[in-house]
Write a protein that binds this ligand. Structure first.
Ligand code: FAD
Length: 549
């Protein structure tokens, strides 16, 4: 079967077409275009990353939920959350979610990757992926066995500290959770300050790290405001795609491969819009089936955060930000020294802990903020308070995405299916209880005036779980919707080639077979670093096409 060639603007032929300039897409564009003989087209639905708040770490609170930079997706009513719908921010701008994320640099546990290998993903054990984490990284602490010193992605220490954040680390130590100054080194467990993907107090997004240094390359064409609508298939080979940009609908042809890096929501969506996905669902949506691939959009996993908010006996960042004079001081501190609260990112302190004594590895993560708000990204409370959010690291619950219409501009229906297993519910309850235990432990106890959320009246396990169902939100780590592997639900093989379709790979957070035990930006960048090597290793000029064209 050959798709009818559309009578629309023709952009010509590229070796590789990358869809999505997010965490993964920017890496691919950089690495693949390093060879001047390889022509690369990078398409991004969102605008260039000129909005100034993108580049200031605290701007995180301005770019999320902002249609200028965020797709502003919403989930379907979720049964595990009492039928609530959640806002699901996803970056829609050059740099993708790495331009709007919380800057927290975490890789997960070595066991996560060893599990991927055990699941049949050859080449993805921790020993296999560590070199790619190191290759990506420029850690300001310098190079060592775990860290890179001269990669494109700048990683730096927190430039602001607060007493209450220190008190969390001390309280953790008091109950046997070790201090940890490097969550990405020999051991993840412990409490300490996050490192950030930042350079000299400014955000280091994937676009800043990987695109800015190579924009001048003549063999790299970057088109923003260009949303891919669907792939063009020739028999079972992806040979081109149609996108809508400033100049209307355009067609671009791929000589070697099309690389979907549109993220965990939009990569499976684009496959389904192109007729690659669960046959019955596609038919129901009015989309012709090109290749029945049941796993597309399945296996959705995310971290769900329950937030404990405490009224504080001492001023917190809420008081600084709500005081006009102190706010000016914060601004000046940033302008003059690139220090202070504006450099903070989404959270300050991280705790990886075990929710029960018998566990081998941490199964929960706390994000500690010396501030509070009704929900992440909203204005700060007008009283002194701080927040400890807790999430389960490896949820068992699985959701799915469903493309419901052939219209490429209708977003897919998102069914996260949170808190759907007993283990997930029990871990959430245990995590909230551990948060309370920390709050009751000196020196943190001295900061606590009272628990505002979920509140002291919430006591039993059922009440805690009910509170989580009423108030918990995403911590923005959806993955797994085009998982790699060999089983019936696998969408790609371990070289990230889509099963049953030639000339097509998925390279982004959606290929993770299981959610890593931590934040997902660094793992996604690692995936793209490794993918670039695999793509170049597999590269063979297509027959009959002049490679210099
Ligand atoms: C608010 C928020 C906070 C987060 N905080 C952290 C954090 O602190 N630390 C951390 O490690 N992780 C964090 N994450 C998660 C992390 O940023 C993501 O997991 C990671 O960026 C995903 O990378 P990706 O390449 O898979 O997708 P993305 O970076 O989302 O890139 C996908 C790109 O594809 C584009 N696109 C989509 N569809 C199309 C189409 N049809 N045509 C053209 N372009 C398209 C999108 O606009 C986007 O630019 C956060 C995420 C969010 C949203």
């Amino acid at each position: 079967m050959t798709d009818q060639m559309p009578a629309i603007g023709d952009d010509g032929v590229f070796d590789y077409i990358i869809v999505g300039a997010g965490s993964a897409g920017c890496v691919l564009a950089n690495r693949l275009s390093a060879d001047p003989a390889i022509r690369v087209l990078l398409l991004e639905a969102g605008p260039p990353d000129r909005y100034p708040w993108i580049h200031i770490p605290v701007g995180y609170f301005k770019t999320m939920h902002n249609p200028r930079t965020d797709w502003c997706l919403k989930t379907e009513p979720d049964p595990g959350l009492g039928g609530r719908r959640l806002a699901w921010p996803r970056g829609r701008v050059l740099g993708g979610s790495s331009s709007i994320n919380g800057l927290l640099y975490i890789r997960g546990q070595s066991a996560d990757y060893d599990q991927w290998r055990q699941l049949g993903c050859e080449g993805w054990s921790y020993a296999d992926v560590l070199p790619y984490f190191r290759r990506a990284e420029h850690n300001e602490r310098g190079e060592d066995a775990f860290h890179g010193g001269d990669g494109p992605l700048y990683v730096s220490d927190m430039r602001v500290r607060r007493d209450v954040s220190d008190a969390f680390i001390d309280a953790a130590a008091a109950i046997g959770i070790p201090r940890n100054s490097d969550f990405n080194g020999a051991q993840q467990e412990g409490a300490g300050y996050f490192q950030l993907t930042a350079r000299n107090g400014r955000r280091c997004s994937a676009a800043v790290a990987y695109l800015n240094p190579v924009r001048h390359r003549r063999n790299l064409v970057i088109v923003t405001g260009a949303q891919a609508e669907r792939l063009v298939m020739t028999d079972r080979r992806a040979t081109g795609l149609i996108y809508r940009g400033a100049n209307g609908r355009r067609y671009a042809q791929a000589r070697s491969e099309i690389l979907l890096a549109a993220g965990a929501v939009h990569s499976p969506h684009l496959l389904m819009l192109s007729g690659i996905g669960p046959g019955a669902r596609l038919t129901k949506a009015g989309i012709g089936v090109c290749h029945d691939l049941p796993g597309v959009g399945e296996n959705l996993q995310d971290h769900l955060q329950a937030r404990l908010v405490y009224a504080s006996t001492r001023p917190t960042l809420n008081d600084e930000v709500n005081n006009p004079l102190l706010k000016i001081k914060i601004g000046l501190e940033y302008l003059l020294f690139r220090r202070g609260p504006m450099t903070m990112g989404a959270s300050q302190v991280c705790i990886f802990a075990r929710s029960a004594p018998g566990l081998d590895l941490p199964d929960i993560q706390f994000h500690i903020q010396p501030l509070s708000s009704d929900s992440p990204g909203e204005g700060l409370h007008h009283y002194s308070a701080f927040t400890a959010s807790v999430c389960q690291l490896r949820p068992e619950s699985r959701g799915h995405l469903e493309t419901t219409s052939p219209d490429p501009f209708t977003n897919p229906a998102i069914h996260p299916n949170y808190l759907a297993t007993e283990t997930d519910c029990a871990t959430m309850i245990a995590g909230m209880r551990l948060g309370r235990r920390l709050a009751a432990t000196p020196p943190l106890a001295g900061f606590v005036k009272g628990e505002l959320s979920p509140g002291p009246e919430i006591v039993s396990d059922d009440e805690l779980l009910d509170a989580a169902r009423r108030t918990a939100t995403t911590i923005y780590h959806p993955v797994g919707t085009c998982k790699m592997g060999h089983d019936d639900l696998a969408v790609t093989d371990p070289r990230l080639r889509v099963h049953g379709v030639a000339g097509l790979r998925v390279v982004d957070a959606s290929v993770m077979p299981t959610l890593v035990s931590g934040n997902t930006n660094a793992p996604t960048i690692m995936i793209a670093e490794k993918a670039a090597d695999m793509i170049l290793a597999d590269r063979r000029p297509a027959a009959g096409l002049d490679p210099r064209q």
